[in-house]
Design a protein around this ligand. Sequence first.
Ligand code: PHE
Length: 367
Amino acid sequence: MDASQRRGWFCMQAQLQQDLEQISREAAQLIASARTVDELRAGESRITGKEGPLGKLLGQIGKLPKEERGPFGAAVNAAKKKIVEQFAAARAALEQAGDQQAATGVQTFDSTLPGPVVPRGSVHPVTAVQWEVEEILSRLGFVVVGGPEMETEYYNFEALNIPAMHPARDMQDTFWLANNWLLRTHTSPCQVRAMERLGAPLRIIAPGRVFRYETEDASHGNTFHQLEGLMIDRNISIANLIAVMKLILSEVFHREVKVRLRPGYFPFVEPGFELDMQCNICGGVGCPTCKRSGWVEILPCGMVHPNVLRFGGIDPQAYTGFAFGMGLTRLAMMKYGIRDIRVLNSGDLRPIVRPEKRLGAAIVEKE
Ligand code: PHE
C-alpha cells in the first residue's frame, strides 16, 4: 500500500464508520417505538434486508479495491450481527411481558369499550319528501307504482293525447335513444300504464326520475324527480282534486300553505291547472329560486282528458278522474330551504331528516 492508497483507506474507514453508526441509531429508534413482536420483525427486516441500508453497503463491495473488501465486509457484518441481536433481545422481552400479562390475567384489550362510531348517514332530501308524500297518500288509499325511465314515444306522448306533430312536444324536449325510445320527460306515462294494468276505479302514485333537455340554473336541472298521482272513479270532480292537493301541501309543510290556481295547458288534462305555492325561500317577496315572482310552480294538475282514459281502456262516460305531476325536487327545495337545485347532486352530506320508518311513522326533522 503506497501513501495515497493508505489515505483512501482511512477515508473509506471513516465514512463506513459514520454510515454504520447512523444505521444503528435507526435500528434503536425502531426498537424503541415498536409495540408488538410483528412490528419488531418488520423493523428488523427493514434494516437488515437486502433492500435495507446494510444490504446496500454490502452491495458496494464489488466497487472497492481488492484489499479493502475483506475489512469492509467484516465491519458491516459485525454491525449487522449486533443489530440482529438487539432486535432478538427486544422481541424476547416483549414476548415475556405478554406471557406475564396472560398468566396474571392482565389484558390490554378491553372488549367492553364501545367501538368506533360509524356515522349513520341520512336519506337524500328528495327521497325524504317522496316517502312523506307516499305516506300521506297511502292513507287515502293510493298505491305506489313504478314505471321505466327509458320510455316509448307511445306512453310518453301519444297515449297522453300528444300526437307526433303536436307543438306540446316542444315543451318537453328530451334525450332520444338509438332505438327511438326516449328518457321519459315526466312521470305521466305511468298513468296509461297503470290504467292498462289495473283498470278503474284506480288510485295510484308513481314517483320517479325524469329528464329534460334543459339549460341548468338555480331551479332547473336536466334530471329531476316528480311524483305522479292519478285517481279515477265515478263522479270525481275538481273539488276532489283541490282537496287532495291542499291536504298534501299542508301535511308536508305542517301548516296552511298559500296556493294559487291558474289555468295550465297540458294536452292530457281538461281543464288543466298550475297550482303554485308561495315561495318558502323568500316568503313571497321574490328570489332567484322563484324567478323573482314569489310563487313556485309545484303541482301541475287537471281532470284526466277523455282521450287518455280511452287510451287506457277506461270508458270516459262511466269514469272521470284527476291527475297531478308534483315536482318532488322543488318540493324538497321548498321544504328544506335549498336555494339551488344543483346542490342536490353536489355530494353535500349534511343530514336533514331521519325518517323513522318508510311507512306509517312521522318524519322526525330538525327545523
Ligand atoms: N306531466 C306534466 C309535466 O311534467 C305535469 C302534469 C301531470 C300535468 C299530471 C297535469 C297532470 O309537465
